[in-house]
Design a binder for this molecule. Structure first.
Ligand code: PGA
Length: 249
């Protein structure tokens, strides 16, 4: 796959009817030709739609799972069920999970390890708040999220990192290509320290936070930005597809 990998994060949006309409329309656009370049994180209520509409052709996954496959965990999503529907990726530690649902690095590490043990690919999200950036703590925060979140993960394990500065998520304020590249280069260096140089080169590092077609290309042109995690602009099939389209030009 040539970069970028463009991942949709629908968050708590779209019921089955809208999801079906989206996928039908999406498959008629460039999604048809560039299947490997797209990934979808959709609400659990739409997993059966993904099974039907995306089949095994596209990668898709859960926005969150619990660290156990089944049991007395009211309200949680199951990795076993995700697999039954054909999903293959799991978003872990999105800033909304960290902030609204108080998920800490220890729990997120358990989720990463459990996801890997289920042969699913975790996409671990990291990123600093505006306060932390202004206090000059960006690398420290991101470094700690990576070290703790990836504790006991092996170089042979398959995972993706998404750098999402909290101040850029849903705000319309995108990180500049320089700001994003600086942190992505740091994340790659960290992969070298935690694993190996080889792993650092292979690890996909996505950028997320107010990505849309008008700002995607200049971000994608940076060497350490391998793709995107897209919220708002992933809700419309044409807008979402155009993020890849502008990067391919
Ligand atoms: P946004 O969200 O593109 O709407 O900023 C990104 C995300 O939360 O993953």
């Amino acid at each position: 796959m040539n970069k970028p990998l463009v991942a949709a994060n629908w968050k708590l949006n779209k019921g089955p009817k809208e999801a079906e309409e989206f996928f039908k329309s999406f498959k008629q656009g460039i999604g048809q030709k560039w299947k490997d370049n797209f990934l979808f994180f959709i609400p659990a209520a739409n997993w059966f739609v993904a099974q039907k509409e995306l089949d095994s052709q596209f990668s898709w996954g859960a926005q969150n799972i619990y660290k156990e496959a089944s049991g007395a965990f009211t309200g949680e999503n199951s990795a076993a069920t995700l697999k039954e529907f054909g999903g293959d990726h799991v978003l872990v530690g999105h800033s909304e999970r960290r902030q609204i649902f108080n998920e800490d690095n220890k729990l997120l590490n358990e989720k990463v390890l459990f996801t890997i043990s289920q042969n699913l690919v975790p996409v671990l999200c990291v990123g600093e708040t505006l306060e932390q950036r202004e206090a000059g703590q960006t690398m420290q925060v991101v470094g700690e999220q990576l070290e703790k979140g990836l504790d006991s993960v092996k170089a042979t394990d398959n995972f993706i990192i998404a750098y999402e500065p909290v101040w850029a998520i849903g705000t319309g304020v995108v990180a500049s290509p320089e700001q994003a590249q600086e942190v992505h280069a740091f994340v790659r260096k960290k992969m070298g320290e935690l694993f190996s140089q080889n792993k650092a080169e292979q690890t996909l590092i996505l950028y997320g936070g107010s990505v849309k077609a008008s700002n995607a290309k200049e971000l994608n042109d940076r060497p350490d930005i391998d793709g995107f995690l897209v919220g708002g602009a992933s809700l419309d099939p044409v807008q979402f597809s155009s993020i890849l389209e502008v990067c391919l030009k």
